[in-house]
Design a protein around this ligand. Structure first.
Ligand SMILES: NC(=O)c1ccc[n+]([C@@H]2O[C@H](COP(=O)([O-])OP(=O)(O)OC[C@H]3O[C@@H](n4cnc5c(N)ncnc54)[C@H](O)[C@@H]3O)[C@@H](O)[C@H]2O)c1
Length: 275
């Protein structure tokens, strides 16, 4: 039985977007929460108190993630859930992709998740009902142009999560992989954007404006769906009608889905750009 009000929940990337909304939702349900983010200013939106511990943490720093887990155990006596939510975005074509940018996104989106799992697993295994919640993406299910690095990081999170779920099958720890479609957050503003879907050069303002038009789910809606999947211990959580539809399409046409998605997305984004 997973009773949220009895749980201690650690959330990375909790200063903005989905992580912030999930932190607030978990607190409202009576959970004790350890919220962390690399950006200390973003954590100012949260008031630390009896129920909430707030820490500055870069998920790339393996030793620091380990210390954070120990600090949580010392403060709350246990930890039942790690939500590996921290993530960044990068839009860059393979022709011009800089290796430093590719490594930057893999270090945060993939190795950050591995750091979280490894640091928290010994604590989670002591819980009678624990969860590892890993944020992949719709782009962990299907690929699009200019997203090779982001796609690689999120496909990696998906493969890693689905494998460790099987390793942990006979334990008290359930692994939940989350695949959001477009959620209205700062993900673009916090990222690096050089190329658009049609392979043309772009800039941050254009990318952010386009994303704001396309993303249809609010962070609060996303948090509710994650909370439901976390409580039920669902292996796979899709967020948004876009994720549900496109997941079906790529499973139906795994080798040629891009022949449909790319032209439709391009027509849509050109229409949105004119509005
Ligand atoms: N917004 C979407 O449409 C969408 C879609 C699919 C997947 N996701 C995933 O959801 C997760 C949350 O993203 P979001 O949309 O809320 O974005 P966001 O930018 O609003 O929030 C991400 C948070 O992660 C933090 N962060 C960045 N690098 C970090 C690091 N090295 N260490 C610790 N924290 C770091 C940022 O400071 C920020 O507060 C990400 O993993 C993202 O890839 C988002």
């Amino acid at each position: 039985m997973f009773e949220i009000s009895e749980k201690v929940i650690a959330i990375t990337g909790a200063g903005s977007g989905i992580g912030l909304a999930l932190t607030r939702l978990c607190l409202s349900k009576g959970a004790r929460v350890a919220a962390s983010d690399v950006n200390p200013e973003s954590l100012g939106a949260l008031n630390a108190g009896d129920q909430l511990m707030v820490s500055t943490l870069d998920v790339r720093d393996r030793a620091a993630v380990g210390r954070w887990a120990q600090d949580i155990a010392a403060r709350f006596g246990a930890c039942d859930v790690i939500v590996n939510n921290a993530g960044v975005s990068l839009s860059s074509r393979v022709q011009t992709m800089q290796r430093e940018d590719f490594e930057w996104i893999m270090d945060i989106n993939f190795w950050g998740v591995v750091n979280g799992v490894e640091a928290f697993l010994p604590l989670l295994e002591k819980s009678s009902a624990a969860r590892i919640v890993n944020l992949s993406s719709l782009f962990g299910l299907m690929a699009v142009p200019s997203q090779a690095a982001y796609n690689a990081s999120k496909f990696a999170v998906r493969g890693y999560s689905e494998a460790i779920r099987q390793d942990l099958r006979n334990s008290t720890v359930k692994v939940v992989t989350v695949h959001p479609g477009g959620v209205k957050t700062n993900i673009v503003r916090n990222g690096k954007h050089f190329d658009s879907l049609d392979g043309l050069e772009t800039d941050m303002d254009t990318s952010a404006a386009m994303f704001a038009k396309i993303a249809s789910t609010t962070p609060e809606q996303a948090a509710k769906i994650i909370m439901n999947g976390m409580c039920k211990g669902k292996p796979r959580v899709l967020i948004g009608r876009d994720a549900i539809f496109l997941d079906k399409l790529q499973r139906l046409l795994p080798a040629i889905y891009d022949r449909l998605t790319v032209p439709v997305s391009l027509r849509g984004s050109r229409r949105l750009a004119r509005q």
